[in-house]
Design a protein around this ligand. Structure first.
Ligand SMILES: [Zn+2]
Length: 411
């Protein structure tokens, strides 16, 4: 009988292999669109598991594998991402990054290891699996390009999955998992301002002053402070768990005037905006215009505002979230499934692009262990994970997939 205890035992037995593969990937991180070695490692491992189909080169360095269970049932997808971040490794671990300036500090090494672990577990119990599982290993999550590229390359066809799952490393304690219905991360908008000097009366100094004043004024629209310390993160997490109304309505917008004229091409200000609440988001360009009108009034400068969505909201399908909750709780144990009731105002995930195509759920997998000196703050040079979380992630993924397949098999 394949139950949660059986899966837990299997995932536990895989721990040495999971740790080895995660450390291998961690030591050899590859930036977005350059995941050649990682994707080869993934494709080789999947081929060794005897899956029914392994394809690589799907939408760049994407890899997709299909596992057909021994009984009829639905098609379910699990997605993992593989790219690293342009940050120096600030830790002296045995598995330290061997690539200067590049580190897996968003946990994608762990996501990849977990995806392989789930594939191994489900391959071993395939005769008891009612359905088909598609494993999607995507490149280029950080610039939000990989999901779109893989979808354009047909990753959701032949066979077409009816639901998709993924997990992302999160600074909760290892052993816990955050899960919430609806918007988990707001959409990410790219915002640019081009200043125009129609009358030719401005000087470079005045123009720079105008940029700085515009940036400061627009920043004032933000009503959420991004966590810059562990204490601030704890406060934010508590607000997410209790469903703080301010987070549901939160707006975060910022320009980087130092980027002006450098990374932004011809733009004077380049920034990003996040607002989870659709009405708040719709009103935001108008509020920015009002501020720019005010700041630039009398300076002789005019402006053009460019506003473009880069990543949609990461939003868990509410029905599917409710449906998978018991299996997720069984996988992590009572009390370890932490309900998220408000969106996180930080970050984006291009899993959102898959969620626009089909119902999907993203699990926030706890990877921290503060007693062991692992606060696991994402995108920091000292990021690391408690590797027990690899086992938890496999238990969770295999448990949720198997449970979904069983409940949706033909009667
Ligand atoms: Zn990430």
């Amino acid at each position: 009988m394949v139950d949660s205890q059986f899966l837990a035992a299997m995932a536990g037995g895989l721990k040495p292999a999971l740790v080895a593969v995660r450390r291998d990937i961690h030591a050899h991180p590859e930036l977005s669109l350059q995941e050649e070695r990682t994707s080869r490692l993934v494709a080789d491992r999947l081929a060794g598991l005897g899956l029914d189909e392994v394809r690589h080169g799907v939408g760049g360095f994407g890899v997709v594998a299909v596992l057909k269970g021994g009984q009829p049932g639905p098609v379910v997808a699990w997605r993992a991402d593989m790219d690293a971040v342009p940050i120096d490794d600030g830790l002296q671990t045995p598995y330290r990054s061997r690539v200067p300036g590049v580190k897996h500090c968003c946990g994608h090494d762990a996501h990849t290891a977990i995806g392989l672990g789930i594939a191994e577990i489900l391959a071993r119990v395939r005769k008891d699996l009612p359905g088909t599982v598609k494993f999607i290993f995507q490149p280029a999550e950080e610039p939000a390009l990989g999901a779109r590229a893989m979808i354009a390359a047909g990753v959701l066809r032949d066979p077409h999955p009816e639901v998709i799952f993924a997990c992302h490393a999160f600074p909760l304690p290892a052993g816990q998992c955050g899960l919430g219905p609806g918007t988990n991360l707001p959409p990410l908008d790219d915002v640019r301002v081009v200043l125009r000097d129609a009358r030719g009366i401005s000087t470079p100094r005045r123009r720079q002053e105008a940029r700085e004043r515009c940036a400061a004024a627009v920043r004032g629209l933000s009503d959420v402070r991004l966590p810059d310390s562990i204490e601030a993160f704890d406060e934010l997490l508590a607000a997410v768990i209790r469903g703080d109304a301010r987070l549901i309505k939160a707006i975060e917008i910022g320009f980087s005037p130092q980027v002006a004229g450098m990374g932004g091409g011809d733009c004077d200000l380049v920034g990003v905006a996040r607002a989870a609440d659709p009405a708040g988001r719709a009103a935001l360009p108008g509020r920015v215009r009002a501020l720019l009108d005010q700041v630039l009034g009398g300076t002789g400068l005019d402006y053009e505002l460019q506003w473009q969505q880069v990543v949609p909201a990461t939003a868990n399908d509410p029905i599917l979230t409710a449906e998978v909750t018991p299996a997720a709780e069984a996988a992590v144990g009572p009390g370890n499934l932490i309900p998220f009731r408000a969106p996180l105002p930080v970050g984006s995930e291009d899993f959102a692009v898959f969620q626009q195509e089909l119902p999907g759920v993203l699990f926030w997998l706890g990877v921290a262990n503060r007693d062991a000196g692992i606060p696991a703050m994402l995108h920091t040079p000292t990021f690391d994970i408690d590797e027990e979380s690899l086992v938890v992630g496999c238990r969770l993924g295999a448990g949720v997939i198997l449970d979904y397949c069983r409940r949706h098999r033909p009667v």
